[in-house]
Design a protein around this ligand. Structure first.
Ligand code: ADP
Ligand code: MG
Length: 585
């Protein structure tokens, strides 16, 4: 057995790395000369701040140009607690500074629920500018009176304070490591790739964004608090909007969602201006260098850090690739355990799981759906077909809650879904997949499946479902999986959520003919195997013919036929609607 496959190794190695880092920090604190120690503290503080950017920007894909404002909040709180002689000492003040910055992060994250891209950039940069003006006015507590921030007792000189900051870095890195591999981390990566996909997996987009902002800002707060202890008389000039902007660019360059690369970023942040100083070049030119490297990273889509990392570890699999969310001990009797819902045979088999009544959707003057009614009895596979533009995807969007203004009703097990959000509908047991790829490539197959399933799964259960759909092993990275197969993983993951009904929007798109046939055979087994009713939306009639005993046909937003497959496909209105569509002929 490979070392990396052993359970103790998998759960223990991050701690071992952290301890090793602290030991190296201790050696450096003894070995480095006075000025180098001071610079080394700056490397540590900026690494922590960049690590925070790695979450909000690198993982969650949001632009936040105010990281040093969060740092200023942390520094301000530490300075204020210092001046007021608050109990607990520096370490406690640092934690409170992080909490305070985290709360401010949530407040700044609120606009991010509505804004994206350049608009979010403007808002966060505006906040940084406003905070800088405010800070210029109110100053840091104690700074004008020369009341120095008291470092922790055991770590009062620069060398030992550096060691203290390395311990703080190790703690932050461990926290980030486990958060990134947990449910929050998966939600950050998912929301960066597709907000709709996140909601359809029953996760709140709002929570994903706000937790990213909160954790990122809290790390900024730790960095700021440490800076307060480092300089002892903090000043607003250490936390300007321009510095925040440069730090953001550096996070992009270094690929800061990876912890080692955040530390590499911290090193660049300190080293480049320092080298310029040694060469008698004004340090401000560092901004230009960061700018040029940033443009390179953004245009090429690769970052410096990743390139170096690839070069250093040319290995196919790293242990962290196998890490997952909520990893359970494999159950002894995994083969016999089955936790998925099964349809109760005693239940009224005619009771519909999903009922859609008079669904109407208008896009301006266009009636995309016009009074569509549709029923899905328990344990069945229903087909919804129609030519391109008939309104099939609009139907799924409306049913799954993405078109809240629609007319008509959608009932799940007789309960009106009314104005429920897509997230709430997914949690109730109404799941859907997408015609386009919505599977976040940053995750492993296993992390994605666990994220979508939203319930405890043992590894054997995941492996069985993946094998059933012919998907790659759980430990593979989704970025290495082709789009067609990714959509099969999406289907498997949603089935493992044990929903009441799963609506598949053109599941066969992107698959070869053979894969197509294999998928059809598997889908036929789904109601018995997983206890889930299916609605298959298809343009391609081959799949529908072999899987769906009953069909409903849409054309121009109206139901033109509904009933047993053979009757429906021979219906003259259906033949007419499909005229020119080669599959029918
Ligand atoms: P299908 O999935 O059956 O191919 P769609 O549901 O995507 O069809 O589209 C149905 C009709 O609604 C089409 O005429 C399409 O152009 C229109 N439509 C879909 N989405 C929108 C939208 N967001 N705004 C305006 N028109 C739309
Ligand atoms: Mg469609």
């Amino acid at each position: 057995m490979l070392l990396a496959d052993r359970r103790w190794f998998r759960s223990g190695w991050p701690f071992a790395v952290a301890v090793a880092a602290v030991a190296i920090g201790y050696a450096l604190s003894i070995g480095l000369s006075g000025y180098a120690v001071y610079l080394a503290i700056s490397v540590v503080t900026s690494s922590i701040a960049i690590m925070g950017l790695g979450i909000v920007t690198g993982s969650a894909g949001m632009i936040a140009l105010c990281q040093l404002t969060f740092a200023a909040v942390g520094a301000w709180i530490v300075a204020w607690l210092n001046v007021s002689g608050a109990p607990g000492g520096f370490a406690v003040w640092l934690v409170l500074g992080a909490l305070g910055a985290g709360i401010v992060g949530i407040l700044i994250g609120l606009p991010a629920l509505r804004l994206r891209g350049v608009n979010l950039a403007v808002v966060t940069f505006g906040f940084a500018a406003a905070a800088a003006v405010t800070l210029g006015q109110i100053q840091f507590p104690g700074s004008t009176d020369g009341i120095a921030v008291q470092r922790p007792g055991l770590f009062s000189d620069d060398r030992s304070y550096f060691f203290f900051s390395v311990i703080a870095l190790a703690v932050c890195a461990l926290a980030v490591f486990f958060l990134q591999r947990g449910r929050w981390g998966a939600s950050w990566k998912s929301v960066a790739f597709s907000e709709r996909g996140t909601a359809s997996a029953g996760h709140s987009v709002r929570t994903a964004k706000l937790t990213a902002f909160a954790v990122s800002a809290a790390l900024g707060g730790v960095a700021g608090g440490l800076i307060a202890g480092q300089v002892q008389l903090p000043f607003a000039t250490s936390f300007t909007p321009l510095l925040s902007l440069a730090l953001y660019v550096l996070a992009i360059i270094s690929g800061a969602h990876l912890i080692d690369m955040a530390i590499f970023g911290g090193l660049l942040w300190v080293l480049i201006p320092e080298l310029l100083k040694r060469w008698d070049i004004p340090q401000d030119w560092a901004f230009v260098i960061f700018g040029v490297l940033g443009v390179q990273a953004l245009t090429s889509g690769t970052n410096l850090g990743q390139a170096i990392r690839d070069l250093l570890h040319r290995r196919r699999r790293s242990p962290e690739d196998d890490a997952s969310i909520d990893r359970d001990e494999p159950a002894e009797d995994a083969v016999t355990t089955t936790t998925v819902a099964t349809i109760d045979p005693a239940a009224d088999s005619n009771a519909p799981v999903l009922t859609v009544e008079g669904l109407t959707v208008e896009f301006g003057a266009l009636k995309a759906l016009d009074g569509v009614s549709f029923e899905v009895p328990a344990g069945t596979i229903m087909g919804l077909i129609g030519p391109n533009g008939a309104g099939k995807s609009t139907f799924v969007d409306a049913v799954s809650g993405f078109l809240p203004g629609h007319g008509g009703r959608v009932l799940l097990d007789g309960g009106d879904l009314g104005s429920l959000s897509p997230t709430a509908r997914a949690r109730r047991g109404l799941r859907r997949t997408y015609q386009q790829d919505r599977v976040p490539p940053q995750l492993t197959v296993e992390a994605y499946v666990r994220f979508v399933a939203r319930r405890r799964l043992d590894r054997a259960e995941i492996d069985r479902a993946l094998a059933f759909f012919g998907c790659p092993p759980a430990s593979d990275r989704l970025s290495a999986v082709d789009v067609g197969t990714r959509r099969l993983i999406e289907v498997a993951a949603h089935l493992l959520a044990a929903p009441r009904v799963l609506v598949l929007d053109e599941p066969a798109a992107g698959l070869s003919h053979d894969e197509h046939l294999a998928l059809a055979a598997r889908l036929r087994e789904v109601p018995d195997r997983y206890g889930v009713s299916l609605v298959i939306i298809e343009h391609d009639l081959d799949l529908v013919r072999s899987v769906c005993p009953r069909l409903t046909v849409l054309d121009f937003g109206r139901v033109i036929a509904s009933g047993p497959q053979t009757e429906v496909l021979e219906d003259p209105a259906v033949v007419k609607a499909y005229m020119g569509e080669t599959e029918m002929l």
